[in-house]
Design a protein around this ligand. Structure first.
Ligand SMILES: *Cc1c(COP(=O)(O)O)cnc(C)c1O
Length: 363
């Protein structure tokens, strides 16, 4: 591959970003907006940077229609630190929480939360290799829980909550790391939404937390300062040095999405891409989708041939054709095509064309 050519990168994260955003970042690399310096070198207390972070927050609020009674925080530590921060900050009443176990990340979140309170599994699809989203009724939730936690899109297995689960009057917390900004969500149905940015938004390093204001400020007094949402809420995500560069790129991605029809139009493009690939999987005799039809993810599309050697050959052949990172998660095997917002339709078209050719040649 010539150094000036781009591959179609199907990585689950860090993942592909819009070319237009990368080109703008490249053009501004040495001299951001006439400042004579890179955003990487800029004081986070400068007027220019203040504008960058404020615009990023404002544009995310517009894209997701986030009401004023929610904070938007830009934090570090990835989705993983939220597995700890959520229970530390929200287990403040009965200290009980129920978790829906739909994959590795959901389970990790649950295991971490058990350190901080009386945390139970609401339902799990672990025994079926997380191939579907388990159903539950609001009555299954313990009546006095402080919150219910779900993982909205299961990056590793390729399942997704195709509607917001009914949790009755309970507070709902969702990990949206791998689906944020790929569909319209009613933020008011959630007490807290978090998302590591490196799947659908920005390079690794920033994590978005959207939290209802009344939930913030109840963490125990001995909470480490960085782990208390109130610390960041009070200071506009500037208590300490924020992840400046990833926030800048996230901001550019937000502008790009707004320019291209917002979340609604983005979702339509995502559906078109996913339909193309699932459509082929549904008729292929070689490739089989890995998860229940009604719980399919738009962002992480998993499939197998049933023969690990053939899978390997397929993945290696794809790489030669400029389609990379199609191997399934290391503990799962098979294939996974992550079709995040920034994956162009042409990428999925190229993948499906290669699948057809591969199927014909390896009958
Ligand atoms: C990737 C991922 C995580 C972990 O994110 P880190 O930023 O690596 O800590 C958590 N949840 C989901 C759904 C993910 O896809």
């Amino acid at each position: 591959m010539a150094t000036n050519e781009r591959v179609f990168n199907f990585s689950a994260g860090p993942s592909t970003l819009p070319v237009e955003v990368l080109e703008k970042a490249a053009a501004e690399m040495l001299n951001y907006d006439g400042t004579g310096e890179s955003v990487m070198e800029m004081s986070h207390r400068s007027a220019e940077y203040k504008q960058i972070i404020e615009d990023a927050e404002k544009n995310l609020r517009t894209l997701m229609n986030i009401p004023d009674d929610y904070y938007v925080l830009f934090l570090q530590g990835g989705g993983t630190l939220q597995f700890s921060m959520v229970p530390i900050n929200l287990l403040t009443g009965s200290k009980k929480a129920d978790y829906l176990i739909t994959g590795n990340w959901a389970k990790k979140a649950y295991e971490e939360a058990t350190k901080f309170g009386d945390v139970k599994i609401l339902a799990s699809s672990e025994e079926d290799n997380y191939s579907y989203i388990p159903k539950f009724k609001p009555e299954d939730i313990r009546p006095d829980v402080d919150y219910v936690h779900i993982c909205y899109n299961n990056t590793i297995f390729g399942t997704h909550c195709n509607e917001v689960p009914d949790v009755g009057d309970h507070l709902l917390v969702a990990d949206m790391s791998s689906c944020i900004l790929s569909e319209e969500v009613d933020v008011t149905k959630f007490g807290l939404i978090y998302a590591g940015a490196q799947k659908n938004v920005a390079p690794a390093g920033v994590t978005i937390v959207i939290v209802r204001k009344d939930l913030v400020g109840k963490a125990p007094a001995n909470t480490p300062v960085y782990l208390d949402y109130a610390t960041h809420a009070k200071k506009g995500s500037m208590y300490n040095t924020p992840p400046c560069y990833p926030i800048y790129i996230a901001g550019e991605v937000f502008k790009y999405l707004l320019k291209n029809g917002g979340v609604k139009a983005t979702h339509e493009r995502d559906v078109e891409k996913a339909n193309l690939l699932y459509g082929y999987l549904d008729k292929s005799e070689m490739f089989k989708p890995s998860v229940a039809k009604e719980d399919r993810s738009l962002m992480n599309i998993t499939f197998v041939t049933g023969d690990p050697e053939l899978d390997k050959k397929f993945i290696a052949g794809a790489k030669e054709q400029g389609m990379i990172n199609l191997a399934g998660y290391r503990t799962v095997g098979g294939m996974r095509a992550s079709t995040y917002n920034a994956m162009p339709l042409e990428g999925v078209e190229a993948l499906v064309a290669y699948m057809e050719k591969f199927e014909n040649e390896n009958k």
